[in-house]
Design a protein around this ligand. Structure first.
Ligand code: PLP
Length: 401
């Protein structure tokens, strides 16, 4: 067997990827599985974006590019931040990486030392703590309670900050809860951060465009300009433009940090895919109206899913989230009960395991996101599949004794 580093020994493989692979295996073995684990839109990449990629190939844009992004894309990113977020950034303040994930990892590698702390609100996107651990740092969790609609309260943030805190990670709309902060809620968190000038803020805005019911998205550097000099505003094309496979993420922040992140890339990944970068220029500069059309479908599914889940024999409790394509029902009332198939449910992992075995519905247990007992459903799948999944989950819950 191959050697494993001490750093990697402390890291869990991604639970969402594990559930998705398990569902795929069961499907391949002939089972009628409904996978609600995947974190990607079921829509295709828009045609104008695909065409831009084909044009780039034919034009010979198939070589190494500037390590942290082509100038055209950096310009498009600056224009996007100005247009959508009222934020002024220059191309020298922009980093383009092979996905949103490497943005976070490169920022952490570039800044964290052993013993540093990273404050992460729970429930969190699975990769934040493990990336911090890989860099030798310590994740410090701050609970965003279900009763607060999974949004971090200023007091909980204040309590989590220590002299060792290097970063706070914010993610709005959130994966896994879909919760998004209002302008006032962000300002309240900003007031805490102003009292702690040593804390940097990484705001993961990947789901910015996926908000519903007229919700207005804000990002922290926009509403707390005093934090601009210590905020990394991160985004990407994966979710908004249905481009998960193209692998382009981007961020803007203080030039010194951006320079360090580029240094990491020069010795590791080099540039993100040249063709994907040209496609992303079109994504950001091209027509945006398809986003609203898709959101109309997402909001219908969200409402249907929340209603189905809150009608599960009183077992599940699910707030209505502002955005993303996830819901995060609490399954606390199932604890201590036994499923129709005879499984004693003592954790959300037991719940998700029995639901998969007995009803062939794949969800991701909340423990993977640091807030239990709950689970995550991704509603980025067909309405028919969601309806059928809802029926099965209701039957499963009704069978709990
Ligand atoms: N941040 C959040 C909150 C996500 O949900 C994801 C993807 O699941 C990412 C970052 C990573 O995005 P990418 O696929 O561009 O690496």
């Amino acid at each position: 067997t191959a050697p494993i580093s001490e750093a990697l020994k402390a890291v869990k493989p991604s639970a969402t990827i594990a559930v998705t692979s398990k569902a795929r295996e069961l499907k391949a073995a002939g089972h009628d599985v409904i996978g609600l684990g995947a974190g990607e839109p079921d829509f295709d990449t828009p045609d104008n974006i695909k065409a831009a990629a084909i044009t780039a190939i034919n034009a010979g844009h198939t070589k190494y590019t500037a390590v942290d992004g082509i100038p055209e894309l950096k310009e498009a990113i600056c224009a996007k931040f100005k247009r959508d977020n009222e934020l002024d950034y220059t191309p020298a303040q922009v980093n383009v990486s092979p996905g949103g994930k490497p943005i976070i990892y490169n920022a952490f590698v570039a800044t964290l030392n052993p013993g540093d702390e990273v404050v992460i609100p729970t429930p969190y996107w699975v990769s934040y703590p493990d990336m911090a651990i890989l860099c030798g740092a310590k994740p410090v969790f701050a609970e965003a309670k279900a009763s607060d609609n999974y949004k971090l309260k200023p007091e909980a943030l204040e309590a989590a900050i220590t002299p060792k805190t290097k970063w706070l990670v914010l993610n709005s709309p959130s994966n896994p809860s879909g919760a998004a902060y209002t302008k006032d809620e962000l300002i309240a968190l900003g007031e805490v951060l102003l009292r702690h000038p040593h804390v940097w803020i990484l705001t993961d805005d990947m789901y910015e465009h996926l908000v519903y019911d007229g919700f207005k998205f804000y990002t922290i550097a926009q509403v707390c300009p005093e934090l601009y000099d210590r905020t990394l505003t991160m985004n990407g094309v994966s979710k908004s433009y249905a481009m998960t496979g193209w692998r382009i993420g981007y961020a803007a922040g203080p030039e010194s940090l951006i320079k360090s992140m580029r240094n990491v890339m020069t010795q590791t990944t080099s540039n993100p895919c040249s063709i994907s970068q040209y496609a992303s220029v079109e994504a950001l500069n091209g027509p945006q109206d398809f986003i609203a059309e898709r959101n109309a479908v997402f909001v219908e599914r969200r409402d249907m899913m929340v209603a189905l889940l809150n009608d599960c024999s009183g077992i599940l409790k699910c707030p209505t989230p502002e955005g993303a394509f996830y819901v995060y029902p609490s399954c606390e009332a199932a604890m201590g009960k036994t499923s129709a198939g005879g499984k004693l449910i003592q954790s959300d992992q037991d719940f998700a395991g029995a639901l998969l075995e007995e009803e062939m519905v794949a969800v991701v247990h909340g423990e993977a996101f640091g807030l239990s007992p709950a689970f995550r459903i991704s509603y980025a799948t067909s309405t028919e599949a969601l309806q059928e999944a809802g029926k099965r989950i209701q039957r499963f819950c009704a069978g709990l004794k």
